[in-house]
Design a protein around this ligand. Structure first.
Ligand SMILES: NC(=O)c1ccc[n+]([C@@H]2O[C@H](COP(=O)([O-])OP(=O)(O)OC[C@H]3O[C@@H](n4cnc5c(N)ncnc54)[C@H](OP(=O)(O)O)[C@@H]3O)[C@@H](O)[C@H]2O)c1
Length: 105
């Protein structure tokens, strides 16, 4: 009997926990998107590692919101290509490339 109660209680607990997690997940999804970034006009952003990954998405989002963005990357070829891809979307801010190898400061 005690074992049955423990099992029942555990299952009920885990169902509640799953529902809570799903509710939290929905809240988080609604909470923030790129569209929530405020106007960045007049600001200058220098984004390292901006030719790919998080850096690229950061540079792209800031330029779309009006910041003048410099993509600071160690590969000229990759950095210029990334800047061109962002510029092709006609963001509100200017987009430029600058050579920067963080391992060689
Ligand atoms: N805390 C967290 O939860 C979390 C989550 C995700 C990522 N991260 C971290 O955030 C960073 C970016 O992640 P990611 O997924 O966007 O990585 P990624 O796609 O591999 O991009 C890394 C960027 O850094 C550049 N880079 C590497 N060494 C460099 C150097 N010496 N000088 C200049 N640039 C250099 C790379 O340039 P090349 O293309 O020339 O190699 C690339 O542009 C990583 O450090 C990652 O560990 C943290």
């Amino acid at each position: 009997m005690a074992s049955h109660l423990r099992t029942g209680s555990c299952e009920a607990g885990s169902e509640a926990s799953t529902a809570d997690t799903e509710r939290e997940g929905r809240k988080l999804k609604k909470k923030w998107t790129h569209d929530d970034i405020p106007n960045q006009t007049g600001r200058i952003a220098i984004v390292t590692g901006a030719n790919t990954g998080i850096g690229y998405e950061t540079a792209r989002a800031l330029a779309r919101k009006g910041a003048d963005v410099t993509l600071a990357c160690r590969s000229r070829e990759k950095g210029e290509a990334a800047a061109a891809r962002i510029a092709a979307e006609q963001p509100r801010g200017r987009v430029a490339f600058a050579a920067l190898d963080l391992a060689d400061l």
